[in-house]
Design a protein around this ligand. Structure first.
Ligand code: AMP
Length: 217
C-alpha cells in the first residue's frame, strides 16, 4: 500500500503515521524528520534547508523531490506512508511520475482536518527531546518532570519553527499549498477526509477502518 497523509501542522500526522506504519508494515517517511536529521548531521542538504525551515517557508521543490524519491526507492515492496510530502502540486506530480516509472501509484490519500486555532494551540505548546525525538505538550502530554524527557533525562526544547511568530506563517503557507494539492489528489487518487479534532484513538480507529476497507477491496 502506498499512502500519502495530508494535514495541517499538528493535525497529528506523525502520531497517526507511526500507528499506520506499524499496523500495515509500511515504511514511514517524514520529510520534516529527514530534513531535521540532515540538519543535525550537518550535511550540505541540511545546511541548504536550514533558513527555509527556521522561517516556516517551504524548502525548494527540487531539494525535497530528490531527497524523497531517493528515500522512497529504499521502501520495502509492502509499501510506505508519506508524511509531510508532497506539499505542493508540483511535488505530487513529480512523485506520481517517479512512481509510474516503477508501475506504482498512490493508493490512498488521508486528509486529516483540523481548524487553525486548534492547530496553533497544539503547535505552540509542543516540546520535544533533541536527543531521542520524543514529543510532549505543555498541557495535553506532560513529561513526568516538567521540561525533562521521560526517556533519557534531556532538557526539552521548542522547535524554532514551533514558536508563535513562525506558526502563523506555517499555517498560511499550508493553506496556500494544501487546497490545490487536495484538488489534485481528488482527481487522481482516493481521498479520505478525516476529522482530526478528536481524541487520537478515535482518529486512529477511523483511519484503520478506511484502510482496512481499501485492503479488502
Ligand atoms: P514538518 O515537520 O513536516 O512540519 O516540516 C518542517 C519544515 O520542513 C517545514 O516547515 C518546511 O520548511 C520543511 N519541509 C518539510 N517537508 C517539506 C516539503 N514536502 N516541501 C517543502 N518543505 C518541506
Amino acid at each position: 500500500m502506498r499512502i500519502v497523509l495530508l494535514g495541517a501542522p499538528a493535525a497529528g500526522k506523525g502520531t497517526q503515521c507511526k500507528s499506520i506504519a506499524t499496523q500495515y508494515g509500511l515504511l514511514h517517511l517524514s520529510s520534516g524528520d529527514i530534513l531535521r536529521h540532515q540538519r543535525a548531521a550537518g550535511t550540505e542538504l541540511g545546511k541548504k534547508a536550514q533558513s527555509y525551515m527556521d522561517s516556516g517557508a517551504l524548502v525548494p521543490d527540487e531539494i525535497i523531490i530528490e531527497m524523497m524519491t531517493k528515500a522512497i526507492d529504499k521502501a520495502p515492496a509492502v509499501g510506505f506512508i508519506l508524511d509531510g510530502f508532497p506539499r505542493t502540486v508540483n511535488q505530487a506530480v513529480e512523485l506520481d511520475k517517479s512512481l509510474a516509472c516503477r508501475r506504482h501509484e498512490i493508493d490512498a490519500v488521508l486528509n486529516l482536518k483540523i481548524d487553525d486555532r486548534t492547530a496553533a494551540k497544539r503547535i505552540t505548546g509542543r516540546r520535544s527531546c533533541p536527543r531521542c525525538g520524543a514529543v510532549y505538550h505543555i498541557e495535553n502530554l506532560k513529561p513526568k518532570v516538567e521540561g525533562i524527557c521521560d526517556n533519557d533525562g534531556t532538557e526539552l526544547v521548542q522547535r524554532p519553527d514551533d514558536s508563535p511568530e513562525v506558526v502563523a506563517n506555517r499555517l498560511r503557507t499550508y493553506h496556500e499549498q494544501i487546497e490545490p494539492l487536495v484538488d489534485y489528489y481528488r482527481n487522481n487518487s482516493t481521498v479520505y477526509d478525516i476529522d482530526a479534532d478528536r481524541d487520537v484513538d478515535e482518529v486512529r480507529a477511523c483511519v484503520f477502518e478506511n484502510l482496512d476497507a481499501l485492503v479488502k477491496a
